[in-house]
Design a protein around this ligand. Structure first.
Ligand SMILES: NC(=O)c1ccc[n+]([C@@H]2O[C@H](COP(=O)([O-])OP(=O)(O)OC[C@H]3O[C@@H](n4cnc5c(N)ncnc54)[C@H](O)[C@@H]3O)[C@@H](O)[C@H]2O)c1
Length: 452
């Protein structure tokens, strides 16, 4: 009997075969100890918290990265990720060490891959990080190891790409080693859900692979959900992110329409949010940023096109969100115009440049696009962001003194709502404020604030 969930999948790979009883994998897996070392490849926003979670659960963890500064920092028990305080690393009592040597992964019971899957400059898929890891790791991959991919990617990557790449070392996926996909659901800056309390999805290329990966994550997650295969797990992650992208595009478009109609979009959203069912609140803003939301729709669209399918709805959402910074710059021009100022030569302070509040991650941040467009129009742009000391993409350094930056600027644009900002004080000390996040709604308006 074929596995129910995998029956109709167009797999090119033998890993889709059903595991025969008594196969080599079962023999080998019976010999691996539960609770052996765990290897984490890629110690960034995703990999580091997972590494810490396993080490906190008592496992020995070997973290592998190509960045020597990160390796050195981990081995000094110094964190470079806001959500992980250095004290958490110090409390691990040496159970977590970092390396740049793949040979150190050979003794691991499981290896979890968390490397970037960005887009190229021309918006193509950049799977080069994953390719590189698979090529080198395949040479040291040990029999019976469980390999899990956590990087976000299109459905089919684990079975059709990663399995094939890892098999270059001579071991067969689903037979000599276990292989699964488990999407990372971390939301940097968030404290109400942790690695332990966020349910974990797992899909292996065979039922035995799923079983192994589920057992692995059960040591760090309260709830682990087994899926029919990696494709369902890969696609569920894209659905989660595309759901957000589509809903953000909807309210961004509504904000553009409200501007034409002269209606307050925030009031409309507040009103709709009073419905206790059938409505979920999303808020407009400067556009979508981060490593996931602007990127993931392209991964799905790529896979869809291979099947002569054009996901227009998803692509439209991406298009609207990408055009939102242009709309915001147009609004900035109008705010200045209403106050008798041109953009050219005007001092504009951008408040917050990371893609979301409470973090320092500037990947795909709409603030960068807004800064670039304003500078092209001749504006004298400065920024302040307590989480981002340098904005290399724009060749700018943070204005460390917020008070003098506010005093100097003709216009303050609130782009990222960091929790430490005091909005009352910012409004009071600014000449003009343009609020792209709706954070000034509850303040008494002294007459200098315009909202998106
Ligand atoms: N950051 C998030 O909130 C988040 C959430 C869910 C999923 N994801 C996905 O997880 C993946 C990783 O994202 P991230 O935010 O942790 O990225 P990141 O850039 O913060 O971390 C990636 C790490 O991988 C290292 N690296 C790069 N090439 C390597 C190689 N060949 N070998 C070993 N290490 C290598 C980098 O030095 C870096 O430390 C991506 O696919 C991303 O889309 C991220």
């Amino acid at each position: 009997m074929p596995e129910p969930g995998l029956r109709n999948l167009p797999s090119k790979h033998p890993g889709n075969r059903i595991q025969p009883p008594g196969s080599r994998l079962r023999e080998v897996s019976a010999q691996t100890s539960a609770g052996g070392p765990v290897g984490i490849v890629g110690l960034g926003y995703v990999g580091l918290p997972i590494a810490v979670a396993f080490a906190e659960a008592g496992r020995e963890v070997v973290g592998l990265d190509t960045d020597p500064d990160k390796i050195a920092a981990i081995n000094r028990a110094e964190s470079y990720i806001e959500d992980i305080p250095s004290s958490s690393l110090q409390a691990l009592e040496g159970r977590f060490r970092a390396t740049g040597d793949y040979a150190d992964l050979a003794a691991c019971e499981a290896v979890i891959i968390c490397v970037p899957t960005p887009l190229t400059g021309s918006r193509g898929l950049d799977l080069s990080y994953l390719d590189s890891v698979a090529g080198i790791f395949s040479r040291v991959l040990a029999p019976g190891q469980t390999v899990v991919l956590e990087s976000t990617t299109y459905p089919g990557t684990t079975r059709d790409l990663l399995a094939v790449a890892l098999e270059q070392g001579g071991r067969r996926a689903g037979i000599d080693f276990h292989l699964a996909f488990s999407p990372e659901r971390i939301d940097p800056g968030r404290t109400d859900f942790t690695v332990r309390t966020t349910p974990k999805l797992v899909g292996g290329i065979t039922p035995a692979c799923t079983e192994k990966a589920v057992a692995l994550y059960e040591t760090i997650c309260d709830r682990v959900i087994a899926l029919s295969g990696p494709e369902a797990a890969e696609l569920s992650k894209l659905l989660e992110n595309i759901f957000r992208s589509v809903n953000i595009a909807l309210v961004n478009e509504l904000a553009q329409l409200c501007d034409r109609l002269g209606v307050d979009v925030w009031e409309v959203i507040d009103a709709a949010s009073t419905k206790p069912f059938g409505f979920m609140r999303f808020e407009p803003g400067p556009g979508m940023g981060g490593h996931c939301l602007p990127v993931d729709p392209f991964y799905l669209a790529f896979k869809a096109r291979e099947h002569d399918f054009y996901p227009e709805f998803i692509e439209l959402a991406g298009k609207i969100n990408q055009s939102q910074p242009l709309f915001c710059v147009n609004r900035i021009e109008r705010v200045l115009n209403d106050n008798g100022k041109p953009v050219n030569g005007t001092k504009i302070l951008i408040l917050g440049v990371s893609y979301k509040g409470g973090v320092g991650d500037t990947r795909e941040s709409p603030a960068i696009k807004i800064i670039r467009l304003l500078r092209e129009l001749g504006a004298d742009v400065k920024y302040h962001d307590p989480h981002v000391p340098q904005l290399e993409e724009a060749g700018l350094s943070d204005s460390p003194d917020l008070q003098s930056a506010l005093a100097e600027a003709d216009l303050t644009v609130i782009v990222t709502a960091h929790p430490e900002f005091d909005w009352g004080e910012i409004v009071e000390r600014s000449r003009l404020v343009f609020d792209l996040r709706g954070v000034t709604r509850d303040l008494e308006d002294p007459g200098n604030v315009t909202r998106l």
